[in-house]
Ligand binder design. Sequence first.
Ligand SMILES: *Cc1c(COP(=O)(O)O)cnc(C)c1O
Length: 374
Amino acid sequence: MNDRERPIHVGQLNFPECDRLLEAIDGIFERRHYANHGPLERELDRRLAERLGVRHAVSVTNGTVAIMLLLSCLELEGDVIVPSFTFPGTVQALSWCGLEPVFCDVDPVTHNLSAELVEPLIRPGRTAAVLGVHLWGRPCDPDGLEALCARYQIPLLFDAAHGFGCEHRGRPVGNFGLAETFSMHATKVLNGAEGGCITTNSDELADRLRTSRTFHETEARAAVPLRLNAKISEMQAAIALCSLDELDRNIADNRARYERYRERITGLPGVRFVDYAGDEPNNYQYIVAEVQAAPGAPDRDGLLEALKGRGILARRYFYPGVHRAEPYASSPCGQVELPSTDELVRRLFQLPTGKDLQLAEVDRICDALRDVLT
Ligand SMILES: *Cc1c(COP(=O)(O)O)cnc(C)c1O
């Protein structure tokens, strides 16, 4: 099969250079220190905090566990306002911690929560927190939500799984609200194969998180309600550190692909390129578009089928919305009207990007898209 015929998948990965990684792994074997707060975990915590310009980064097993650990340390009870247009882990982490999700619709343009959408859902005495998601790395109304949550005196948290390297008004994502959580899953811009972290500027919360992530004796011994084995292994930390070394280059390459897509897709009939980056630094890890089918033209699923026939495996995203999937669809919290979310899960799709995707392949994808749409 030649390159022109190679099927192109979404989720082409940014795996770090093999030589660098093997060197780091040799070090692990030499030290015979594979887990339990080894030097690479400590280096990763330090370098993540430095990179994100935040006082503390606490690395953990994955991004879902990062949310769970944070919620547990905060000893929240009651409702948490959260979008339905997100990865299921955002919401299921709440359920693991005995919290009730209150689904909020998203803004049809930003795809994020906003203070205007959240405020009517706040029930004083019942609402324990707001958990926003910076979808596509686009900051989730930090100014509006920080003011709103300060006014109601409820903690503001963000799932920043998409947010490495993104900024809002010169402030890096990782610094907003009381704390933010990141994922270093293989599909994210910073890749530890698996992995995650929690960032905060609160020394007290960081102590609790460091105590909570392990049953092992560590430097942090805060009084916490529960502990969990949520440690990142030295192997994961090694991959994440190599990936961190390459982050700026990967972001620059992502940006070149993003710009190429934008140039080629903007103006195509029946489809809107989601130009989410604006003027703020982003990691450009997501290439998303919305189908706006004219009568007779293919709808989103028809479009994806047609692309598949041309060897391009584009994907829908967050379908059908967390509130329409179990365990929420049949529970009272799932019985809500979220018109913008419903629209987005019907229209949105994600296109391939990542380190191995050449600009010529972006052109091939855009030609196929044009072909199908016209
Ligand atoms: C990937 C992702 C997560 C979960 O992270 P894992 O590391 O896979 O557990 C949570 N929220 C969002 C928005 C994500 O994209």
